[in-house]
Write a protein of this length. Structure first.
Length: 103
């Protein structure tokens, strides 16, 4: 599989996983486990890169129990969660398009 297609597939899976529980968030560990079930070579560094893109586009928010968090808080043993935004919901449900996510 071409690397760019794998990146798009991973981002779609992230958004669809968050869409399933919207408006609730998912823990970083939970998202990581979903992605590892599809690609066992997927690492936390790749998760941070994918989350950075989605956060920059405004599709997700990264939160701690006491408020906003940063990518530095994205660790498997943290209580950090990821939540889909309204803009992310539109992408996840194919109401809007993003060329970095769609095939």
């Amino acid at each position: 599989m071409i690397k760019s297609e794998l990146i798009r597939q991973t981002r779609r899976l992230l958004l669809r996983s968050l869409d399933r529980v919207y408006p609730s968030p998912i823990t970083v560990k939970g998202l990581f486990q979903v992605l590892c079930s599809v690609d066992d070579s997927y690492g936390i560094d790749l998760l941070r890169k994918d989350l950075a893109y989605l956060q920059e586009k405004g599709y997700i928010r990264i939160l701690n129990l006491d408020g906003p968090a940063s990518l530095a808080d994205v660790q498997l043993d943290s209580l950090t969660v990821v939540k889909l935004t309204a803009a992310g919901l539109e992408i996840a449900q194919n109401l809007q398009k993003d060329s970095a996510i769609e095939p």
